[in-house]
Design a protein around this ligand. Sequence first.
Ligand code: GAL
Length: 670
Amino acid sequence: MTFTPKFPTFLHGGDYNPDQWLDRPDILDRDVEMMHKAHVNTVSIGIFSWARLEPEDGVYDFSWLDEVIDRLWKGGIHVILATPSGARPAWMAQKYPEVLRVNDHYQRYHFGGRHNHCITSPVYRRKVYEMDKRLAERYANHPAVILWHLSNEMSGHCYCDLCQEAFRGWLKDKYGTLDKLNDAWWTSFWAHRYTDWSQVEAPGPMAETSTNGMYIDWRRFATHQCKTFMMAERDAVQSVNPELKVTANLMERFWDYDYFDLAEGMDVVSWDSYPMWHSGDDMARAAEFAMNHDMMRSFKDQPFLLMESTPSQVNWKPVNKLKRPGMHLLSSMQALAHGSQSVLYFQWRKGRGAAEQFHGAVVDHDGRDDTRVFKDVTQVGKALESLQPIYDREKSPAQACIIYDWSNWWAIDYAQTGQSQNMKYFDSVNMHYRSLWELGVNVDFRDERECTDLSQYKLVICPMLFMLKESFADKLRVFVENGGTLLMTYFSGVVDESGLAWLGGAPHNLIDVLGVRATELDALFPEDKQAMLLADGRSFPIHELCEIPELHGAKSLGLYEEDFYAAMPCLTRNTFGKGQAYYLAAKVEQAGLDAIYADIADELDLPRAMQETLPEGVIATERGGAVFLQNYSGKAQQVAFENKYTDMLTGRQVEGEYIMPANGVMVLVR
Ligand code: GAL
């Protein structure tokens, strides 16, 4: 699959801001030369160019962009062209204040910053449409332009009157009657029943804070508003050339909008990846970012683009370390291993001023092309060229899948359970993912939408599926009945899609499938001791959360070791239909999860990237028959190969004992 048929190649390059250098044609010429030297083939331009493109209301100037694109094209560099809606010019804010966002204290922002427009404002939507249409008319058929980059890192909410009215409209469509809304939100609590639609206002610190169902709907509404905003941009640019695909750059651990839903509105998912390497545990960081990559691939079940990453360091984390030798290639290859068709950076050249003047770039203020960073970038460019044979090879279909659902995430975070400090949905899911990632097993992410099909999987994992839709519980039941293996954890099947508690016991509608009923949920302080004892005598510490399940036919595989629930089950397995269902009642340490998944992976014969037993910190990830072998251990490691491989990065044959350097990476084919 290729998203860029005009240029079906791994893309290498990134954000380029020639509009900051229009008075320096010498620098712009030199940029193209240096791009060649760095094996850069693509740049993203125009992301924050609105003030240059429309210096006055209705007065457009594309002459500079014509020149920039032609210069790049003559130099053989392809272009991802952005729509500039991520930041608007000062004149627009002054002339049409409604384009400015209102915060949750009902204060309208003044002009400044970026990513802070009102997502509802008809004026802003019109101005964006007019701009996008003009850009498309001018460039959508330009041979250099291979993809649209819609806006930038869309995020946030607006509390203006227009958004409030749109929220009410969205609720009317969803619920039809106020009675239904009152029921869904349990508004009899604290006398919160609404008697007229006009009384409904967005939740927030100055308004309603106690109605979790309302908060969850507010997030869904915000996703919807963002999606319609984005799709209006897509329609504008594709009205000229429907073939040219669109993407919008997503972010890691992003909570504001439901990304599964948002991704439906774009052709290609892309994202911005900024791991904090070398901050103590690169393995943990790598596990987290591997999961981010696999999520991005899963949103549309297709390859994705790494739209931004830093060639060296960022300037916005509390401590911004340089990438140690090898890490730039290693982390770039990690993206490819999980399905990326690009390695793109923020940013090509450091600007002279403003907030990002000290953010890492391929070209520093000294303008040199012999720096360590420049060489690292060049190495990645060459690596991508040598990997071109696997460009359109996708990862082998996963047989394991993790359910990660945004409404569930919001529901967990908004529910006032009294255990909120210990919930940590993303991190808890990451622990399950990590066990399979370390085994070299491919994993997909799915959510509870109607379109989710579980039939391709042997293993479905539901960590903390607190909000369980009736239809999804049915899906899980059928999955197990037909021979699938389900692993569900504590705090699952507790509330419905409005956030209302299911009556009759948890996990809702799955008690017979799992053979357990959840009873009480205990929370632990860091100093509290608890552990899971397996039948073979191995014991694994437990932290933060312990649920006490009641057996209803399941077999106990692991017992609690401490406290008043010592000797009660904390890991169980039940046979149901042709399949089996595990229930893990506590947050067991990583090693405990590793033990559980090693057994399940063996039993289900889940395909692994490599047969070889790998040293700790060395990870194998498969893509299209190639194995990306990655050393995150921070030290050299000896690998014993049982087969003969060729490393596509170096062309070298490897077999037998082999020393991988710290931060080493190989792409092996048989
Ligand atoms: C991203 C953003 C870029 C740049 C970068 C710096 O979040 O999209 O424009 O600010 O961060 O790391």
